[in-house]
Structure formats: C-alpha cells, structure tokens
Ligand binder design. Structure first.
Ligand code: RP5
Length: 161
C-alpha cells in the first residue's frame, strides 16, 4: 500500500506553537499523518529553503505555514514548491494579527498562498482544509472528515440553555 500523504505544519517560531497546535489537534482527531517543524523565513532562511524544496520528495502533500508579524513564511515557501500552502496569520502582540494577515493574504498573481483566519480558528480550519484536500484522493480521510463535521452539527442545541 502506498504511504499516506502527510501534512507539514511549519511555523516561524516556538511562540507560534500554541496557535499552530490547533492544526495538529484536528489532524490527530482525523488520523491524518502530520509533522510539525519550526522553519523561520528570516532566522533560518536556509532551513526554510531546504524544507520547501524537499517537501514533495519527503512525502508531504499539503503545507500549513503559520507566522506572525511580517509573516513572509507562507509566501516564501509557496514560491519554492508546487504543493498547496495554507497560511495561518498568527495573532501578533503589536497589531493583533492584522500585520500577519496582510503579509500573507495579498500575494501577487502567480504564487497562490491560501490564507485562513487570524489565530486559533485559522489554524484549526487549516487542518480541516488540509484533510479536505487529502480527502479528494483518500476516501478514508474524506469519511472521517464527514463524520467530524456531522458530530459538530449534532452538538448544536436547538434551544439555548
Ligand atoms: C515570526 O515572528 C514568528 O512567526 C512569530 O509569530 C513572530 C515572533 O517570534 P518570536 O520573537 O516570538 O520568536 O517570525
């Protein structure tokens, strides 16, 4: 059997992990193989370049990239791989993540970089979106994602308590 596609969760700093672990959590719930790494565009540019260029050969199918402030990481990685890159703007202290969002979202035409919401919601949704992408060619993942979504729907009460 062919090895299942993996999701890479990369982030610019250890300080991004509390946010980005929301992506890891949902991927664990969906039993989607994933790996998390710290890859900084400005502190470890060589590591970033090596990661982006070898990600496909390593078996990754989707990359989730989170960064805060001047958040170059998702766009720079997208420039060096053909894999889908889902950017998560991490909430910054100075500007509450508006800087992160605008650094990621407004890519010039030609180098698509998906952009999720600021913070934990964005990281969770990046995990779900990665599973959804993998689910187009993996029915087991698609079935688990459908069940996960159905459980969330069922958990919504009809009346407030
Ligand atoms: C970015 O700078 C990281 O993605 C992080 O969100 C932000 C702050 O990093 P630290 O100073 O906490 O390491 O590169």
């Amino acid at each position: 059997m062919a090895e299942m596609g993996k999701v890479a969760i990369i982030m610019g700093s250890q300080s991004d992990w509390p946010t980005m672990q929301c992506a890891a959590k949902v991927l664990e719930e969906l039993e989607v193989p994933h790996e998390a790494r710290i890859v900084s565009a400005h502190r470890t540019p060589d590591r970033m370049s090596e990661f982006a260029k070898s990600a496909e050969a390593e078996g990754f199918k989707v990359i989730i990239a989170g960064a805060g402030g001047a958040a170059h990481l998702p766009g720079m990685v997208a420039a060096m791989t053909h894999l889908p890159v889902l950017g998560v703007p991490v909430q910054s202290k100075a500007l509450s993540g508006m800087d992160s969002l605008l650094s990621i979202v407004q890519m010039p035409a030609g180098v698509p970089t998906g952009t999720l919401a600021i913070g934990e919601a964005g990281a969770t949704n990046a995990g779900l979106l990665a599973a959804s992408i993998l689910g187009t060619s993996d029915t087991a993942i698609a079935d688990r994602l459908k069940a996960w979504r159905a459980a969330r729907s069922e958990a919504v009460a009809e009346t407030p308590s």
